[in-house]
Design a protein around this ligand. Structure first.
Ligand code: SF4
Ligand code: SF4
Length: 141
């Protein structure tokens, strides 16, 4: 129990004051291995998924591909990721994709995939913000 409380507090506050920096290397990992959340709870089964879809039907683009043995969380892959790792619906992709990676995701204990070339860093500067926005624009070219 104490372990869970400590983990919850760590997840809640570890990202505070930190920002995402870097650019996307288009490895496609985040589109093929993602967890979905209903509030603070990770989706672990079909019933929870159906409840989420009833309220947020745009998540239908994700299909479950495997279950994490340790956490029981279902991992999803997007139906719109191309073989070249480009998003086939880039201009109309969901906000969670546009926002990715967002420091808020660390509240749930999520981590950047090893293959990801973004980093969570403690500094936020005007230059780092501009760098992130420019890299997002480049990704669409
Ligand atoms: S909609 Fe596009 S960016 Fe979002 S998960 Fe699917 S392929 Fe990736
Ligand atoms: S995991 Fe990171 S580097 Fe790979 S496609 Fe997603 S955002 Fe880009």
């Amino acid at each position: 129990m104490i372990k869970h409380v400590v983990q919850w507090i760590t997840n809640r506050f570890a990202h505070k004051g930190k920002v995402i920096q870097g650019s996307c290397n288009q490895c496609g990992h985040c589109c093929r291995n993602l967890l979905l959340y209903d509030g603070d709870s990770v989706i672990k089964n079909q019933q929870q998924l159906e409840r989420l879809l009833a309220r947020q039907p745009h998540y239908e683009i994700f299909e479950p591909v495997y279950q994490d043995e340790e956490s029981d969380g279902l991992y999803f892959s997007c139906r719109h990721i191309g073989e070249d790792n480009r998003c086939k619906i880039y201009l109309t992709r969901p906000t969670i994709c546009d926002d990715y990676p967002n420091p808020r995701m660390f509240r749930h204990g999520a981590r950047l995939p090893e293959a990801c070339s973004y980093e969570l860093t403690p500094q936020h500067t005007f230059a780092s913000h501009m760098n992130l926005q420019q890299n997002k624009l480049k990704r669409n070219k």
